[in-house]
Design a protein around this ligand. Structure first.
Ligand SMILES: Nc1ncnc2c1ncn2[C@@H]1O[C@H](COP(=O)(O)OP(=O)(O)OP(=O)(O)O)[C@@H](O)[C@H]1O
Ligand SMILES: [Mg+2]
Length: 421
């Protein structure tokens, strides 16, 4: 059988395979992709960027559209981020004109349950933007002088993302993940021992978020006398923070005077809407964050707060199949390299989503479940030339049977055996 020399797909899996000299083939899909590449280059050549104008900023709609290609649901978060990023560009572009009315930056705080897409949103945004962007993890941060990373290392990373160009780094965007982990451990009675990873870090973060001149060593190493120091002005750096803020719903409920059984997990099938803590999260105000253990100054520097919803069953099914690099598409692609077509039935997708819901870690669980479902198949397929089609049905998705294997004539050649039996 012939295969495309570019993507490796067999002639069974493409509409058309065109033969070239000396046993070289190309499929219709690769031809189309090459066409797009050439067309893109032609277009770029036709409209050269004039050197003195900066690239047209992406408008919020464009940013939103890009985010939506990868992220399911989370409409509020996608909109807020699109606007925040666009305003960030605009603010910097026209800084000179705004000289008399200084437009303050609007840093963003994302709050949402685990596996709902916070980090993924930031990563997807990073791919799109042509301003320096870096992602830092707040759990690794400690106050200067203690074991762990200084807050300043975030800026070192941003400079690296800007290819060493300080001026570009100064207009960059920083995403600080797991920000909730630097809340003061006990908000109501501050502990006597020094809290080096909590309030101290908040103070240090505050300094760079509110805009100041910060000195950082060029190589990112701990300050030592010989290290060359860089001076960075953080006034125009946009900060986006994200975290799960476990337990925050309790604080909100208390404030709202709601006494409900809030120990229920965030995820779960058939939970009536008003009882879900996630709905409470939408009522968050800055006071709640202060009670959660944040210093008021820091909360004040994060004026835009947006919450993400837990993904329900339908959303999880969508995560499996819809985004550009959806999980199911990834595995289909993997198996297609062995000339095998992978099919998930509708019921199988539902079963995978249900199990992810039960695990309570949002979309995070999906990959592990799919890996388990397909492990035997991925083990078997490379050494079996006869397998052409693999069908995962609900039983296979629930690990109650093996996926069904078919040969090129559509004959069932494996998987009919019930594993549970
Ligand atoms: N809304 C979504 N749309 C598409 N994929 C998603 C979505 N949410 C999560 N995912 C998938 O799940 C993975 C884990 O999500 P992510 O890392 O963004 O979780 P998180 O919200 O940051 O959770 P945590 O608070 O535990 O860090 C992502 O890499 C992505 O593949
Ligand atoms: Mg995360």
């Amino acid at each position: 059988m012939n295969h495309c020399s570019f993507c490796g797909k067999s002639e069974l899996h493409v509409n058309r395979l065109i033969a070239g000299p000396r046993n070289v083939f190309i499929c219709d899909e690769c031809v189309r992709m090459c066409q797009e590449i050439l067309e893109g280059e032609r277009r770029a050549a036709r409209e050269p960027r004039t050197p003195n104008t900066s690239p047209t900023p992406l408008v919020p709609r464009t940013i939103y559209k890009h985010l939506s290609e990868y992220i399911v649901g989370q409409e509020a978060a996608k909109r807020v981020l699109s606007v925040a990023v666009y305003n960030h560009y605009k603010r910097i572009e026209h800084k000179a004109r705004f000289a008399d009315t200084e437009v303050a930056k609007s840093n963003v705080l994302l709050i949402g349950p685990t596996g709902s897409g916070k980090t993924y949103l930031a990563q997807t945004l990073a791919k799109l933007l042509d301003v320096p962007f870096c992602i830092a993890d707040a759990t690794a941060l400690t106050e200067a002088g203690y074991v762990g990373e200084d807050v300043e290392t975030i800026l070192v990373r941003l400079v690296q993302a800007a290819g060493g160009d300080i001026r570009r780094a100064q207009r960059g965007i920083v995403y600080i993940d797991e920000i909730d982990k630097i809340a003061r451990k006990s908000a109501d009675n501050p502990s006597i021992t020094r809290d080096v990873s909590g309030e101290g870090v908040q103070q240090a973060l505050l300094k760079i978020i509110e805009g100041s001149l910060v000195y950082v060593p060029r190589d990112g190493e701990r300050k030592h006398p010989q290290a060359e120091m860089l001076q960075i002005d953080t006034t125009d750096i946009l900060f986006i923070c994200g975290g799960t803020f476990e337990g925050l719903t309790k604080i909100i409920a208390e404030r709202l005077g709601i006494r409900r059984n809030l120990t229920l997990p965030l995820y779960g099938p058939n939970r009536p809407a008003p009882q879900r803590p996630a709905d409470l999260l939408r009522h968050v105000i800055q006071d709640d964050l202060i009670r959660y253990g944040f210093i008021p100054e820091l909360v004040g520097r994060l004026p835009v707060v947006v919450t993400l919803d837990p993904l329900d069953r339908d959303a999880l099914v969508e995560v499996l199949v819809r985004p550009r690099n959806a999980l199911v598409k990834q595995y289909q692609r993997l198996l297609s390299l062995d000339g095998v077509e992978l099919v998930f039935t509708e019921e199988a997708l539902h079963a995978v989503a249900e199990e992810a819901l039960e695990r309570g870690s949002g979309a995070r669980a999906l990959r592990a479940i799919i890996e388990r479902v397909l492990l035997d198949v991925m083990y078997e397929v490379p050494s079996r030339r006869d397998i052409r089609r693999v069908v995962v049905d609900a039983l296979a998705a629930r690990a109650q049977a093996a996926p069904k294997l078919y040969d090129q004539h559509g004959r069932l050649i494996g998987g009919q055996v019930d594993r549970a039996a």
